[in-house]
Design a protein around this ligand. Structure first.
Ligand code: GDP
Length: 363
């Protein structure tokens, strides 16, 4: 599966948000085992389209797709120098596909701030510095090894060493590693390093319960900083989300309606995490179940089929595809077929978000 690691300084609301995410998931009937580890939660990806599909198909069950969230606590100033359990936490971050960086934008005199006062921009810098220092260490170690090898005079090894030299400069200046990549080789060399600062990032501005719209200047500052990085900001109130996550479906809808909200902050966060990971959803829609499946954008039909079962990929013949909007407009598969809206696609078809798929395969 794909996962997002929740990081941030202590006392910014990471656990509150993580617990809300996982308890919200745990309420759904189909996934009894939502928490596989105290720090790992499997979370259902909310998708309004499934309801619409189910209204047409009347399946026995609806199975949303999921992503994982990890609560990575313990990141503090000095972590990259091995302070506290710093290195262990950085190792956890290395293993995730994307980073959800929680920033405290709420003031609460009862909640201590690690550096004395709430200052989201400063907090972000502290975390980024730790990640950058850890990366610098990785790049320097690699550079020393490759420079030794480069003494043999091999052109390619020399190029590699030059790349790490440039990369080191970029990391030192807090620049994004991918910005120094100029060739496919360099892309691979960078990938092999699994740098922390190379992971996609999403910021969560954790606002106070009386500032749900995020009007506090702290939020604007986080947004500015994020915009400069090309990153997105999701504004939520961890405390309120924790309350919402305790409610069941109907209660939840009523509560949100009362507050004039269409969806919970957690739902926005989950969907943003999904997009951050470059993920899209296709559906299978039969009387047994309507189900969502996750693929990365750009996946072709056989590999998409392989997400259901490896036999589907191995024996792939073709796929019957109906775009989601066509499926709904035509009132289902039969109607779509009649209108000529069902396509037969082969091995090279790039699956689109929302496609309703039926695979034909040899066993
Ligand atoms: P972590 O150390 O980042 O995991 O932070 P926690 O989730 O443990 O939260 C630290 C403290 O901040 C706890 O007392 C939470 O109840 C409180 N907290 C978290 N989110 C909010 C929020 O949105 N508003 C307020 N007022 N307090 C919050």
């Amino acid at each position: 599966g794909f996962n997002c690691g929740i990081v941030g300084l202590p006392n910014v609301g990471k656990s509150t948000i993580f617990n809300a995410l996982t308890s919200a998931g745990a309420e759904s009937a189909n996934y009894p085992f939502c928490t596989i580890d105290p720090n790992v939660g499997i979370v259902q990806v909310p998708d309004e389209r499934m309801k619409k599909l189910a209204e047409i198909v009347h399946p026995e069950r609806i199975l949303p797709t999921t992503i994982e969230f990890l609560d990575i606590a313990g990141l503090v100033k000095g972590a990259s120098q091995g302070e506290g359990l710093g290195n262990k936490f950085l190792g956890h971050i290395r293993s995730v596909d994307a980073i959800v960086h929680v920033v405290r934008c709420f003031e609460d005199e009862n909640v201590v701030h690690v550096s004395g006062g709430v200052n989201p921009v400063n907090d972000i810098e502290v975390i980024k510095t730790e990640l950058g220092l850890a990366d610098l260490d990785s790049v320097e170690k690699k550079l020393v090894r490759v420079e030794k090898l480069a003494k043999s005079g091999d052109k390619k090894v020399k190029d590699e060493a030059d790349f790490y030299q440039r990369l080191k400069g970029a990391v030192e200046q807090g620049k994004r590693p991918q910005d120094v990549v100029t060739s496919d080789d360099e892309k691979l060399w960078l990938y092999d390093l699994h740098l922390l600062t190379d992971k996609p990032v999403l910021y969560v501005a954790n606002v106070s319960e009386d500032d749900l719209e995020g009007k506090h200047p702290f939020v604007a500052r986080v947004q500015e900083l994020a915009a400069a990085e090309g990153a997105r900001v999701v504004t939520i109130c961890g405390r309120i989300e924790a309350e919402i996550s305790e409610l069941d479906g109907d209660e939840k809808e009523a509560f949100l309606a009362e507050m004039g909200l269409k969806e919970s902050g957690l739902d926005r966060l989950i969907r943003s995490g999904y997009e951050l990971l470059g993920l899209i959803t296709y559906f299978t829609a039969g009387v047994k179940e309507v189900r969502a499946w996750t693929i990365t954008r750009g996946t072709k039909a056989p590999q998409a089929a392989g997400v259901i079962h490896s036999d589907f990929e191995k024996g792939f013949i073709r796929a019957e595809v109906i775009a989601y909007s066509d499926f709904i407009a035509a009132g289902g598969e039969a109607g779509a077929k009649e209108k000529g809206l069902m396509r037969l696609e082969g091995k090279e078809y790039v699956v689109q978000d929302g496609d309703v798929m039926h695979f034909r395969f040899n066993v």
